[in-house]
Structures are given as structure tokens and as C-alpha cells.
Design a protein around this ligand. Structure first.
Ligand code: ADP
Ligand code: MG
Ligand code: MG
Length: 881
């Protein structure tokens, strides 16, 4: 195996092997952009190292070879006392995990090469000692687990002695002394002296970067972002360039367009006389990238030209890291940039208009998850809430919660069910658990590219950053507003990640413009975002093969689903119509002692069901409506056993026994089941309780006739739940057909496929079915043999940690197992009946990942909740391009 690639040998297509950073560095180098020379150690090597705890055979030799080549390109040698080469050792996985893993800068500095570095830079001793102390600090922390605070404290002490608040106030002598202190800290903690062999530094750094793949925060981030746990990171070794060589040097980050709105322009932050992380860490306040034009016109123009070139090459928004060393521009990183959901839609349509991509490709630039985010509500400002600060709108959304000041507390308070807003001066990777737990994040420092902003955007979490009107005091657990007003821990604030506003108290929220557009209350022309959504969704509708229906039981839900683009109802749960004031009727049905009593109870239910269906049919005039016959066990409609026992016992102890309650209690006891989900429900109930299904089918038929009279076109479909054998379906079908024929109504009759046996005998079942609809919730429960209501808290977290699944199989369909049942049923069902119409109506019908699977498996439609309908339309389109 080849473990090391020169930048000249790599490309962005090799991300699996070289990671995103390495692949893109290679891509830029091969585009002729100014990238410092370097090479990449592959993820293969990392995986081997993590597996065995040792470098794979041959890696050391390959590194020797590539290092030599790098030294020739750079014209300097590692460890050369007169003119040393320094390198950075940088993590970089296939998927971007900003700041989650490690990078070590200035590798190659020792007690002797530090003198050479000073000579190299024209006698800049201050710079040389500053670089050395940074190396000891980063190396100590990352490679040897020296607690970072020890270095920070030593630095603060020197600053205090010197009477300066800024590192820039320290001179060469101060920094040289600091290096001595840092080395002492290093030795005290590790029991050995700071390594003076540069090659040894390099090897140890590479190993530490490998190991950082399993750092706690990286593991947590991957789980949050659904990134597989076994990919490993690549390691990039890059010749150092220096942004901290004086005012004509600096470092910055930039986007090729505004990542928040998608507007073209110059977006970025620049920090003169600074190295690496200084910008992102928000240590000093940065300046807008535009201002670089005044400082260094030539580098600025070159940077803009490179940005344009990158955007055309990647055909997408890119973000970049760059450094200017004494007037010479160097590119240190690029990638297709993270962006807000709104920007994704706007950018995708702009790229069509710019002729960079076509409409099909534009669909690959947006996701259903982003569309779902755009459907979130926003603040209603009609009540003129008190705005206490304004920051940078870093990640959109409207978040309301109690103020907390650290990650641990955010997690604790959120776990108790209270929404929280995490407030920090700036965030760092240790804050991640708190950021996940919080509704939103508010910081007083840092720009659009700060840690808080980048991570929040990635997670789709509301964030306002750089609100410099507030003064955060974590120790006293409060922040002070400009005017002097103090907000304490537990106070409620509302933050608007779309505008950057921060309000005191809970501000009410209102529907998003995208939802108002779906509702017909906003024309697409009214707003650029809505126009972009309209355009991409229309294209998705044009190219998709999967139809999209909704799960709805009421007129309002059905009508909304239709406005959102549903092409019918894929699941009406009739049991929802047995609740509330109809309960007494269900009780009568259950308590009936004779056939006549039962028929009377059913006869009373009939007109109610009929009216329900009439409403649904009206809302879906002209579109198919699938009515599922009653599914849950009947005792779900009765009071629970303990509740009723207490009531009866109390009444009897008072000497006022209630005959009805007593009879009900007997019935509940009689009907009690240990495993109701596997008990008397679905088709089993229909075959055991005479007249129950017949009543429902009659209600469908009569509702159809009533609608027909009103000129409403009805396309009824009757669906039988929980079928496991064709005989069950045949029995129901026979009775249904007779009834329908007698009333002169035509309806399709089909079945859920939700019991594994049904999937495995689908060829048989298809004989009696006009359609199949996969009930993937039950199919998943029964396929895995675990109950959805019990497992999530019990062991799913552990299973996710162990990588037994990457996501809960209730969230995204398990392609290998449950998905295989689906494929078998599709294939064998269609073999019996080529025109068999097949859909899915479980929770998975609205899940993007699963929709792509259903497309591939050859389904005809998905059905999901009304709010997911636009998401499903988009994802169905995306699966077709
Ligand atoms: P991350 O993945 O956390 O962004 P990076 O590997 O990009 O980590 O490095 C951290 C910082 O160090 C970045 O600002 C980067 O630009 C800077 N950096 C990395 N390598 C070099 C180098 N060879 N010369 C100068 N700066 C570098
Ligand atoms: Mg970086
Ligand atoms: Mg079911």
C-alpha cells in the first residue's frame, strides 16, 4: 500500500484517502495556486495505526522519501541549524470537522534551529522565540497531554510582570524566558525534556494527529453529524509560512460569497501580524477582508482572482484560509464552504443563472434537511420586544431560552427539560456538548468565521456571535449590557440568528416566509429566498419519479398537506377517530353482550366515521385517499387497568358501586395483553370482532357516494393493517368487495407490509392486493425485534457509540436488513402483479436518507406528515438526478 502522497499526486477526488484538506490542497497546487509544498499521509495509515497502535510497515520510509522531496522544493532542510525548514502537521478527515482534531505548527524548532530561524528572517529574534514557544505549547498539549492552562498561566504571568495585556507587548527576551518556563512545564509534566530531534517531533506529531481522531469532542461531533466512526483522518505535512513576521504579514479566512445569504461579494476576516488559529480563535479583533485592499493591494487582488477561480473550479461556494508572508500570498486551505440553509438555496439558483451549473446539478446543492430548517418559525416583533444587543447573524433561526454560561450547565439544565441559550465570550471545541444541548448560542466576540459560527451553522443551530455590546462574566454567571443592565443565569432571552438581534424575555414566534409561501400567503416574487425555493422545488417536481402523499386524518391536515404539494393521502389512521367524545361508543362496542348490542354500537359509530371521511375526501378532491382500517388493540381506547381498579375500589368502599365501571373493569382485565403490539390488533381484530371492519368499509363507501353527489371526485383506497398471511387479506377483501359492490362503489383494496412474514410472502399476498404500503415503523420493530417505545433510552445510545448503527433505524431505514425485506416484497409482489402500486407510510417516508432508498427500491410513492411534504418532494427530486 502507498501511504504517502505528494500534493502533486493528489486531487479532490481522493478525499477518502487524503481527507478533504489534503485532497483540496493537492487540487489547489495542481491548479497552479500558491500552496506551500507538502505531502499527505493517508487515512489508510491512520486506520492501521488506530487498529494496531503502531505505524504500518513502510510508512517511515515513505515519509523519509517525501520529506526529502519537500526539503528540495522548499530549499531548506528539517533541523538545519542555519536555515531550518519548519512544517505544520495538520489533521484533515474526509468530512470537515472544524477544530475537532489537532494541528501542530512550527514543527522543527529546537534550541539550535531557533537561532537559524531568527537569522532566516533577517534577525527577527522576537518572531523566532514566539514561534518556538507556540510549538512547545501546541506540542505539549496535543502530543503529551500537558494541561493547556499551565502554559496560559505562564504567559499571563509574563504579561503581568511586563505590564501589557497583549502578546505584542512582549519582546524577544521575554519570549526567550517564556520558552525556558514552557520547557520546564513540559518536563515537569512528562518526565522528559522537550524533544530536540526535529524528525522525532514530526513522528510524534503525526501519531498525535492520528489519535486525535478519537478525541472525545471529535467522537461527539461525529455522532451529532452522522459521520461514520471508522474513517480515520489523513495527516498533512506542510512547509510553514509566516503571517506573524510584521505588519506586512497576516493571516485570514474568506468565503467566495456570503455564507449567510448567498450574496456575491467579499466576505472574510483578516488579522495582520498573526499566525494560524489567531483569526478563528477570536483572540484579537479581526478586520473585514475588504480593508486588506488598503494594506496590500497586490495580495488583495491576487486573492480575489484566486477566489473567483476556485468558485468556478468547484462550481460552488468555497471557503479558504490564507496567509501573507511579507507581501507574498499563500493558500493554506479550501473546501466547499458550509453555509446556511437559506444561502444554499439562493446560491444554487445563482449558480444556475451564472451558467456554472444546470438545474439538475442545482438540486444536489441543497438538501431536504436545509428546507426543513427554512420552515422553522421566526420571531414576531409586533409586540416591540426590548432589544438588548445586536451581534452578527451567524446561523439563522429563532431561539428562546434561559441563559447559561458553560457547557456542563447547558447540558444539565437542558436535560431537565428547560430550553437554554449558551452565552460565552467565544466558544472553543470544549463547548461542543453545551452547543448541542442549547437552543441557541450567543457570543460577545468573533465573526462569521469564529468557532461558534462555523459549528452552529454546521449543526443548523441558531447563533448570534460577536455581540460586543454585552460583557460576559462567566465567573459571576452574568452578562452586562451596554447600558449597565445585568442579565443573570436563568433569565430568559430570545436570539435571532437571522438578524443578529438579542431580546430580553421570550419573544413570540411566527411562521417562516417559506411556510407562508407554501400556504399561499406569499408570492414567490416577494422574497429572493422564496423565489429560490419555488424554483428548485418546481424542478424537483419535474424530475422526480416518486409521488408524495401525506399522512393525515383531519380536514385541516389534509388541506394543509395539499397546499404543501401532497398528491393524496397515503395514510389515514382511522383509530384517531375513535377518541375523545366517541369513547363511550367504543366502550359500548366492547361491552356488548349480544350481537344486537354490538350492531347497535357500530351503527352509532357509522355516521361519525362517514362524516370524517367526507371531510377528507373533500379536502383531497380528485386525489387518492388511503383509509387504513383500525389498527391498535381495542383496550387502548379504554381507561388503564390501575386507573379503573382504583376508581371501582373507591366507589365500592363508599358503598356506591357503579355497574358500568365494574363491567368495564372486567373487560379491561379480560383483554389485558402482555405484549399488545404483538397481540389482538390490526387485521386480527377485524377478523375477531364481527362487523367492525364492515362498518368502516361501509362508511368509506357511503362517504364516497355522498361526495359524488356534491361533485367531489373520490379515489378511495382501503388498506388492511398487520397482514402476515394472504388468507387474512383474502378474508377481509372478500367481505369488502361484496359490500362495495352492493353499494356501487369502486375502491382499491390493499395492505400494509409491516410484518416480516408479509414481506417474505409478498408474492402470495399480491394476489389479493391492489397496492402495498410499507409500514416501516412496525417492520423495523419486528425486523429487529425491539419495541420502539422502549429502546431509545435503554440502549440506543450505547449502540450508536459502538457503531452498531450510525443512526437510529427508526430515523433512517436500515438498508441492509429492513431494507432487504422491502426489496424482496417489491420484487416478489411485482412478479405476481406487475401493476402493483407500492408506497411507504411509516415515519421513514419523510426522512431524506430513506427517501433515496425508496427511490432506488422502485417504490411509486412516499407518504409523510404534512410538514415534511415539501422536504419529501425535494428529496424525491434529488434522488432522481
Ligand atoms: P483546522 O482544521 O482546525 O482548521 P488547520 O490544519 O487548518 O486546522 O490549521 C490550523 C491553523 O494553522 C489554520 O489557521 C491554518 O491556516 C494554519 N496553518 C496550518 N498550516 C500552516 C502552515 N504550513 N503555515 C502557516 N499556517 C498554517
Ligand atoms: Mg483549517
Ligand atoms: Mg403499523
Amino acid at each position: 500500500t502507498k501511504y504517502v502522497y505528494d500534493f502533486a499526486e493528489g486531487s479532490k477526488e481522493l478525499k477518502d484517502l487524503l481527507g478533504g484538506k489534503g485532497g483540496n490542497l493537492a487540487e489547489m497546487a495542481n491548479l497552479g495556486l500558491p500552496v506551500p509544498p507538502g505531502f499527505t499521509v493517508t487515512t489508510d495509515a491512520c486506520r492501521a495505526y488506530l487498529r494496531t497502535g503502531d505505524e504500518p510497515f513502510g510508512l517511515a520510509d515513505e515519509i523519509d522519501l517525501h520529506l526529502e522531496r519537500l526539503e528540495r522544493q522548499a530549499g531548506r532542510r528539517l533541523g538545519d541549524t542555519a536555515d531550518p525548514l519548519l512544517v505544520s502537521v495538520r489533521s484533515g478527515a474526509k468530512f470537515s470537522m472544524p477544530g475537532m482534531m489537532e494541528t501542530i505548527l512550527n514543527v522543527g524548532l529546537t534550541d539550535t534551529t531557533v537561532i537559524g530561524l531568527a537569522a532566516q528572517t533577517g534577525g527577527d529574534e522576537r518572531f523566532a522565540w514566539d514561534s518556538y514557544r507556540r510549538l512547545i505549547q501546541m506540542f505539549g498539549k496535543t502530543v503529551c497531554d500537558v494541561p493547556g492552562e499551565q502554559f496560559d498561566r505562564a504567559l499571563d504571568a509574563v504579561k503581568a510582570t511586563k505590564g501589557t495585556a497583549d502578546d505584542l507587548g512582549l519582546d524577544a527576551g521575554d519570549l526567550q524566558a517564556l520558552v525556558t518556563t514552557y520547557k520546564e512545564i513540559f518536563t515537569a509534566h512528562t518526565g522528559r525534556s522537550f524533544p530536540q530531534d526535529p524528525r522525532d517531533q514530526l513522528d510524534q506529531s503525526i501519531r498525535a494527529v492520528f489519535s486525535s481522531w478519537n478525541a472525545e469532542r471529535a467522537v461527539l461531533y461525529r455522532r451529532q453529524e452522522h459521520i461514520p466512526a471508522d474513517l480515520g483522518t489523513a495527516v498533512n505535512i506542510v512547509a510553514m509560512v509566516f503571517g506573524n513576521l510584521g505588519p506586512d504579514s497576516g493571516t485570514g479566512v474568506a468565503f467566495t460569497r456570503d455564507p449567510a445569504t448567498g450574496a456575491p461579494g467579499v466576505y472574510g476576516d483578516y488579522l495582520a501580524n498573526a499566525q494560524g488559529e489567531d483569526v478563528v480563535a477570536g483572540i484579537r479583533n479581526t478586520m473585514p477582508l475588504q480593508d486588506l485592499a488598503r494594506l496590500d493591494r497586490r495580495s488583495y487582488d491576487e486573492l480575489l482572482a484566486i477566489m473567483a477561480k476556485l468558485e468556478t473550479h468547484y462550481r460552488d461556494l468555497c471557503d479558504i484560509e490564507f496567509t501573507i508572508e511579507r507581501g507574498k500570498l499563500w493558500m493554506l486551505q479550501t473546501r466547499v464552504g458550509k453555509r446556511t440553509a437559506a444561502a444554499a438555496f439562493v446560491i444554487a439558483t445563482q449558480l444556475i443563472d451564472d451558467g456554472v451549473i444546470d438545474a439538475d446539478e442545482a438540486l444536489t446543492r441543497v438538501t431536504g434537511a436545509q428546507l426543513a430548517q427554512l420552515m422553522f418559525p421566526a420571531f414576531d416583533l409586533a409586540g416591540r420586544p426590548e432589544r438588548i444587543a445586536t451581534g452578527i447573524a451567524a446561523s439563522p433561526g429563532a431561539a428562546v431560552g434561559a441563559v447559561v454560561f458553560d457547557a456542563r450547565q447547558a447540558a444539565e439544565v437542558a436535560a431537565s427539560g428547560t430550553a437554554v441559550i449558551l452565552v460565552r465570550r467565544e466558544t472553543n471545541p470544549d463547548d461542543l456538548p453545551g452547543m448541542i444541548a442549547a437552543q441557541g448560542i450567543l457570543t460577545s466576540r468573533g465573526g462569521k468565521t469564529s468557532h461558534a459560527a462555523v459549528v452552529a451553522r454546521g449543526m443548523g443551530k441558531t447563533c448570534v456571535c460577536g455581540a460586543d455590546g454585552i460583557d460576559v462574566d462567566v465567573d459571576r454567571r452574568q452578562f452586562t449590557i451596554d447600558g449597565g443592565h445585568v442579565v443573570r443565569e436563568g433569565d430568559i432571552v430570545s436570539i435571532d440568528g437571522t438578524t443578529g438581534s438579542v431580546f430580553l424575555g421570550a419573544v413570540p414566534v411566527q411562521p417562516s416566509p417559506v411556510v407562508r409561501y407554501f400556504e399561499g400567503a406569499l408570492s414567490p416574487g416577494a422574497d429572493p429566498l422564496v423565489a429560490a425555493v419555488d424554483r428548485l422545488l418546481s424542478h424537483a417536481d419535474k424530475v422526480r419519479r416518486l409521488a408524495v402523499r401525506a399522512n393525515a386524518d383531519t380536514f385541516d391536515d389534509a388541506a394543509r398537506a395539499r397546499r404543501f404539494g401532497a398528491q393524496g393521502i397515503g395514510l389515514c389512521r382511522t383509530e384517531h377517530m375513535f377518541l375523545g367524545e366517541r369513547r363511550p361508543l367504543v366502550e359500548r362496542l366492547i361491552l356488548a353482550r349480544t350481537g344486537a348490542e354490538r350492531d347497535a354500537a357500530l351503527a352509532d359509530l357509522l355516521p361519525l366515521q362517514r362524516a370524517d371521511f367526507v371531510h377528507l375526501f373533500q379536502a383531497m378532491n380528485g386525489l387518492p385517499v388511503t383509509i387504513r382500517l383500525i389498527d391498535p388493540p381495542l383496550h387502548e381506547f379504554l381507561p388503564t387497568l390501575p386507573e379503573l381498579s382504583v376508581k371501582v375500589a373507591l366507589a365500592e368502599s363508599r358503598g356506591e358501586p357503579d355497574g358500568h365501571d365494574r363491567a368495564l373493569l372486567d373487560a379491561v382485565q379480560r383483554m389485558h395483553e402482555e405484549n399488545p403490539m404483538l397481540g389482538l390488533r390490526g387485521v386480527r381484530l377485524g377478523l375477531v370482532v364481527p362487523g367492525l371492519f364492515a362498518m368502516q368499509i361501509r362508511a368509506v363507501a357511503e362517504a364516497t357516494l355522498a361526495c359524488r353527489e356534491q361533485g367531489v371526485t373520490v379515489r378511495p383506497e382501503i388498506m388492511v393493517p398487520l397482514v402476515g398471511a394472504v388468507q387474512e387479506l383474502e378474508a377481509v377483501r372478500e367481505e369488502a368487495l361484496q359490500l362495495l359492490r352492493a353499494l356501487g362503489v369502486d375502491a382499491r383494496i390493499g395492505t400494509m407490509i409491516e410484518v416480516p412474514r408479509a414481506a417474505l410472502t409478498a408474492g402470495e399476498i399480491a394476489r389479493a392486493a391492489d397496492f402495498f404500503s410499507f409500514g416501516t415503523n412496525d417492520l423495523t420493530q419486528m425486523g429487529w425485534g425491539f419495541s420502539r417505545d422502549d429502546v431509545e433510552g435503554a440502549f440506543f445510545t450505547r449502540y450508536l457509540e459502538l457503531g452498531i448503527f450510525g443512526v437510529s433505524p427508526f430515523e433512517s431505514i436500515d438498508r441492509d436488513g429492513v431494507g432487504r425485506l422491502v426489496r424482496i416484497a417489491v420484487d416478489e409482489g411485482r412478479r405476481t402483479r406487475p401493476d402493483l402500486h407500492i408506497g411507504v407510510c411509516g415515519e421513514h417516508g419523510g426522512d431524506p436518507e430513506s427517501i433515496h432508498f425508496f427511490h432506488d427500491a422502485g417504490l411509486d410513492y412516499v407518504s409523510c406528515s404534512p410538514f415534511r411534504v415539501p422536504v419529501a418532494r425535494l428529496e424525491a427530486g434529488r434522488s432522481a438526478v
